[in-house]
Ligand binder design. Structure first.
Ligand SMILES: Nc1ncnc2c1ncn2[C@@H]1O[C@H](COP(=O)(O)OP(=O)(O)OP(=O)(O)O)[C@@H](O)[C@H]1O
Length: 331
C-alpha cells in the first residue's frame, strides 16, 4: 500500500506558494515509460483551496501525472511544483503535507477498520492529525470501527482509503478515482465528504471517470486524451464550449434524404442510420439566436422535402458532449 500521511493542520502551515496562491504548478510535463510517452507536454495550475478535476479517457495519463505530483517518480521533462517544492526532490519535506488516495489501496483483511487507521497513524507525526473518531465519522465508517476489513464492501474500503488519506489534515489532497465501485448513494455521500474537505480549505486534485462527479465538485477541470490536455477551464466554460445540439429522426423509408440535409450555421449533420431509424444531430457553436435560426432553416427544408422531423429537439451541450468531441478529434 502506498499511502502518504501528513502531520499538521492547514491553518498551522506557511507555504512558499501562499504569496502566489498556487498549490500545484505543472509546466510542459512529459512522462515516459521507456520509449513510450504517456504524458506529452501538459500544463495546468491548481490554486490554493481549489478543487481541480482531471478527466480523461482510459490510458490518457491521469494517474501518471498524479504519480509525478505525489513525488513517487521524477518528471521525465518539464517542471512541476507542489506547494512550491519539487515533489520528487523534496518529497521528504513535502509528504507530511500531502494526502494521497491511490487508485488501488491495499489493506490487510484480518485487521479491523480501527486497527487499520491506527496502523496508518503510526506513520503520521503527532501534530495536526485528526482524532480516530473524527476520521471515521468524517468518512462515514464510525459504526464499522470493529469490523474486519475483509468484511467491508468495495465502497466501504474506498472510504477507508479516504480515511487514511485525510487523517493528517493534508494541505493538498490527491484523489485518484475516489468513488469507483460505489453505489449512487455512497458516491453522493462521498461527494459531500470531499466538499467538506474543500470547504475547510484543502486543495484537492482528483481524477474521475464520472462526469457528474466533476461537474458537482470541480471549480476547474481539464480533459486529457492520449497524454495531452485538450480542454480546460471552469466547469461553466467547458460546458458552454459544447454549444447546442439539435436532433431529430427522419423516416426510414426515405433513405435518400440525408444526402440533401443542409449545413446549419456552418455545422454539418451527423447521421446515424439503422434499418428502422435515421437519426440526425447537429452540433452548433453559437448561442440561442443561432440555434433558433438553424431550427427555422431546418423546418423550411423539411417542408420543401415533404417530410416531418420526428422527435425534433434542441438542447444545451453537456460535459459528456465535450468529452466525446475531445475523443473524436483526438483519434
Ligand atoms: N509502469 C508503466 N509502464 C509502462 N507503461 C505504463 C506504465 N504505467 C502506465 N503506463 C501506460 O501509460 C499510459 C497512461 O496510463 P495512466 O495509468 O496514467 O492512464 P490513466 O489516464 O490514469 O488511465 P485510466 O483512466 O485507465 O486509469 C497508458 O497507456 C498505460 O498503459
Amino acid at each position: 500500500m502506498r499511502t502518504t500521511l501528513g502531520t499538521r493542520t492547514v491553518a498551522e502551515r506557511q507555504s512558499p506558494v501562499a504569496a502566489t496562491g498556487l498549490a500545484i504548478e505543472v509546466r510542459d510535463l512529459r512522462q515516459r515509460y521507456g520509449t513510450f510517452e504517456a504524458v506529452r507536454g501538459i500544463s495546468f495550475e491548481v490554486r490554493r483551496g481549489e478543487l481541480f478535476a482531471l478527466l480523461g479517457t482510459n490510458g490518457a495519463g491521469k494517474t501518471t501525472t498524479l504519480e509525478v505530483l505525489e513525488g513517487f517518480v521524477a518528471a521525465s521533462d518539464g517542471q512541476v511544483r507542489v506547494l512550491g517544492h519539487d515533489p520528487y526532490r523534496d518529497r521528504r519535506a513535502l509528504r507530511p503535507r500531502l494526502g494521497i488516495l491511490l487508485q488501488d489501496g491495499g489493506f490487510l483483511g484480518d485487521l479491523t477498520v480501527a486497527e487499520t487507521v491506527d496502523l496508518g497513524r503510526g506513520l503520521v507525526q503527532d501534530t495536526g492529525r485528526r482524532p480516530m473518531d473524527d476520521v471515521l465519522e468524517l468518512v462515514g465508517l464510525a459504526d464499522k470501527a470493529k469490523t474486519y476489513v475483509r468484511q467491508l464492501s468495495g465502497g466501504q474500503r474506498r472510504r477507508l482509503d479516504l480515511a487514511l488519506a485525510v487523517q493528517s489534515c493534508p494541505e493538498v489532497l490527491f484523489l485518484d478515482e475516489p468513488t469507483t465501485g460505489m453505489d449512487p448513494e455512497a458516491r453522493r455521500s462521498t461527494w459531500h465528504i470531499i466538499q467538506r474537505l474543500r470547504d475547510a480549505g484543502t486543495t484537492i486534485l482528483l481524477t474521475t471517470h464520472y462526469l457528474e462527479e466533476a461537474e458537482r465538485l470541480a471549480d476547474r477541470l481539464a480533459i486529457m486524451h492520449r497524454g495531452r490536455i485538450h480542454v480546460a477551464g471552469t466547469v461553466e466554460e467547458v460546458v458552454s464550449s459544447a454549444g447546442d445540439r439539435i436532433t431529430f429522426r427522419l423516416p426510414a423509408n426515405r433513405p435518400e434524404l440525408p444526402a440533401f440535409l443542409p449545413d446549419l450555421e456552418g455545422a454539418a449533420p451527423l447521421v446515424t442510420a439503422s434499418a428502422d431509424d435515421i437519426w440526425v444531430t447537429y452540433a452548433l457553436d453559437g448561442g440561442a439566436d443561432r440555434t433558433h435560426a438553424a431550427l427555422r432553416t431546418l423546418i423550411t427544408w423539411a417542408d420543401e422535402q415533404g417530410v416531418t422531423l420526428e422527435r425534433l429537439g434542441a438542447r444545451s451541450g453537456t460535459l459528456e458532449d465535450v468529452f466525446l468531441r475531445v475523443v473524436e478529434e483526438g483519434r
